[in-house]
Design a protein. Structure first.
Length: 342
């Protein structure tokens, strides 16, 4: 129920935002106020493993065209490595990134140490936004995780419709599963711990192809090594654009993770970082994300409409639910790592 309540509230928020946008582009005026100081800094260094998550190459070019004189540099450090890096660099007196994209769990490590910049949303956007940790972390996208399938190897009539269907003998040796339990850990909130762990053991008995990351799983699906496996909606869309025979598989409840941006308090180019964040939250930035299939899961978005078309139940992560889910993920992962070595 917690997930559904959050989903309804979020939809209402976005509809209000649409009405405001129709009255004009106030965001442009807000960002023009930031532009002189940002231009004087001359650069913004963004950390994200995937450029699509910050608008893609085309989006970055739109930003630079609108705000000439600001170079966009991207680093690709894993989000999990950002907190220790920023902590160490802050102590040394030289932080090397201006903004980083990742889950709230990584931003929280820095927020607890008061190492993130506090930003008044009204200074950078006229759109409703979701922020966390006292306006230190801004949600920019939703990340649907779960499963995908190879369209050349699996017909639509054979697709699994619920998680239990993955236990059918026909999938033995044909599943690709990440050893981290996050793709099913959310089920603990729906099923309870006992049923979830029993299911995790049964899934391992299917002798899946074990991998460590979603990207590896999707690569094996695209090559035909596996038939059904772990994937993200965003990742599938990117591979489909390059011709991969993949389709995202909506098995309810679908976990939807928060993804966003934070700016370290000691960032070398804080004004340019605020300007880029404001642009990413604008209608123009949202359009760049949507064109790449990496926007939010809302009515009228690519992901939102795709989920609605199959009446998928979406399990949105909340800050409150993450601790419980992390505990389930660790227990599932421990089972899989033990069984995968046999």
């Amino acid at each position: 129920m917690m997930y559904r309540m959050f989903f309804v509230a979020l939809l209402t928020l976005m509809f209000v935002g649409g009405a405001k946008d129709a009255r004009g582009e106030k965001w442009e005026q807000l960002l023009q106020k930031l532009y002189p100081a940002a231009k004087q800094e001359g650069e913004v260094i963004l950390n994200t493993s995937r450029i699509e998550e910050v608008g893609g190459k085309e989006g970055v070019e739109k930003f630079q065209k609108r705000f000439p004189g600001i170079k966009v540099t991207r680093t690709t450090m894993s989000a999990s490595h950002v907190p220790p890096r920023v902590i160490a660099e802050t102590r040394a007196g030289r932080v090397t990134i201006d903004a980083f994209r990742g889950g709230p769990e990584y931003a929280n490590v820095l927020a607890e140490r008061d190492l993130l910049l506090v930003i008044n949303p009204a200074d950078i956007t006229d759109r409703p936004v979701k922020t966390f940790f006292g306006n230190r972390y801004f949600k920019t996208t939703d990340h649907m995780s779960g499963f995908a399938y190879n369209t050349k190897l699996v017909s639509k009539q054979d697709l699994p419709k619920k998680y239990e269907d993955l236990l059918d003998p026909k999938w033995k040796g044909k599943l690709v599963i990440t050893l981290r339990g996050g793709r099913i850990g959310h089920l603990g909130a729906f099923w309870g711990e006992e049923k979830l762990l029993t299911y995790a053991k049964a899934l391992a008995a299917q002798r899946p192809i074990w991998v460590t990351r979603n990207t590896e799983s999707m690569a094996k699906l695209a090559s035909g090594e596996g038939h059904v496996g772990n994937a993200s909606y965003n990742g599938v869309q990117g591979l489909k654009r390059r011709g991969a025979p993949l389709e995202y598989l909506f098995i309810s409840p679908v976990p939807v993770l928060i993804r966003g941006l934070s700016i370290p308090k000691a960032a070398p180019h804080p004004n340019a970082a605020k300007l880029f964040l404001g642009w990413l939250l604008s209608s123009e930035g949202n359009e760049a994300l949507e064109e790449l299939g990496v926007g939010t899961v809302e009515p009228g978005t690519m992901a939102g409409d795709a989920a609605a078309a199959v009446k998928a139940e979406l399990a949105f992560h909340t800050i409150e639910s993450m601790k419980q889910e992390d505990e389930m993920d660790e227990k599932v992962s421990a089972i899989w790592k033990t069984l995968s070595q046999r």
